[in-house]
Design a binder for this molecule. Structure first.
Ligand code: NAP
Length: 299
């Protein structure tokens, strides 16, 4: 029996682990097996104060190390089932029980739900240019999406690939202005506006993208070696669905204390309903959740 079981090993989970251990709580962090969560796939992080520009994996490793040094136990296991009322998480290797539970499972890339997306995953379909871009050196690739992630992915790929096609269902991006301007200055980036991705083509490997040109309602095919999907993120809250009320986007309603409707259960980081999701806000949530858990145990 732990004082606190933390589900998630991203910035929120690591910060919760650090604060909980420093508060003298017997602390377990289940990382889910993907080191650092979304931070683990960020090329550089330039907006986490006090660190300069660090790679995402470096920052993630430092966060974990700090929590471990403070005494938090980390297990690289994925929670396959969570019972919030019992503050219990089941991994393939058994049950972990806490007197409190901090749910910090983060978010995952949104799927487009089109043919080829899952079957060609790892065979030309990717959600991470920093991780997989090098496989497409000198080749033509497609990025699907129109936000800051799509713009950042396209910029990363433009430095490696022959040509990057940015396929977006609207006629303009809603990315940060800095990214949009840089992208517009990049010669080997071509924008395909009003284009809805319909299928990723290929049998063994990706050979192209089929999309619908919305202005003419024509289906077209664009040959490419890789398709990078950057269509936003969705909260990883499937494990708690039915146990807590979720908002329309699937996020867990909890105020800035991170307390949920279940006593002794806290929601921290990108799973929580809030206005801004950044590394720095996830870390803040983690710290708050751990201190609230400590307070709950004192009562
Ligand atoms: P986002 O802002 O939600 O953008 C998602 C994009 O994907 C939108 O353009 C959306 O189209 C499109 N999309 C969603 N579902 C789709 C579908 N089924 N088919 C085709 N397109 C689809 O998400 P994000 O770009 O991942 O950004 C998330 C947050 O991270 C933002 O706050 C962003 O500022 C931040 N971020 C910052 C940086 C940086 O370098 N500073 C980099 C990455 C992310 P519509 O426009 O039509 O809705």
């Amino acid at each position: 029996m732990y004082d606190v079981v933390i589900v998630g090993g991203g910035p929120a989970g690591c910060a919760a682990g650090l604060y909980a251990a420093r508060a003298g709580l017997r602390t377990l962090v289940l990382t889910g097996g993907e080191p650092g969560g979304q931070l683990g796939i960020a090329e550089t992080v330039e907006n986490y104060p006090g660190t300069g520009a660090l790679s995402g994996p470096e920052l993630a490793a430092d966060m974990r190390q700090d929590a471990e040094k403070a005494g938090a136990e980390f297990r690289d296991e994925r929670a396959a089932e969570v019972c919030l009322r019992e503050r219990r998480a089941e991994t393939g290797r058994g049950a972990c029980r806490g007197r409190t539970l901090i749910f910090a499972a983060g978010a995952a890339p949104r799927r487009l739900g089109i043919p080829g997306e899952e079957s060609l995953r790892g065979r030309g379909v990717s959600w991470c240019a920093a991780c997989d871009g090098a496989f497409f050196k000198g080749k033509d690739v497609v990025v699907v999406g129109g936000g800051s992630s799509a713009a950042a992915e396209a910029l990363t790929l433009s430095r490696l690939c022959r040509r990057v096609y940015l396929v977006h269902r609207r006629d303009s991006l809603r990315a940060e202005r800095r990214l949009t301007e840089e992208l517009e200055r990049t010669e080997n980036v071509t924008f395909l506006w009003n284009a809805q991705a319909e299928a990723i083509l290929g049998t063994e490997m990706v050979t192209g993208l089929a999309y619908r040109e919305l202005s003419s309602d024509q289906r077209r095919e664009l040959p490419c070696a890789g398709v990078f999907i950057a269509a936003g993120r969705e909260p990883s809250t499937e494990l708690v669905r039915g146990q807590l009320e979720l908002d329309a986007g699937g996020y867990i309603p909890a105020d800035e204390t991170t307390r949920t409707a279940i006593p002794g259960v806290f929601a921290a980081g990108d799973v929580r309903a809030k206005a801004v999701r950044q590394v720095v806000t996830a870390v803040a949530d983690g710290a708050v959740a751990a201190l609230m858990a400590a307070k709950y145990l004192e009562a």
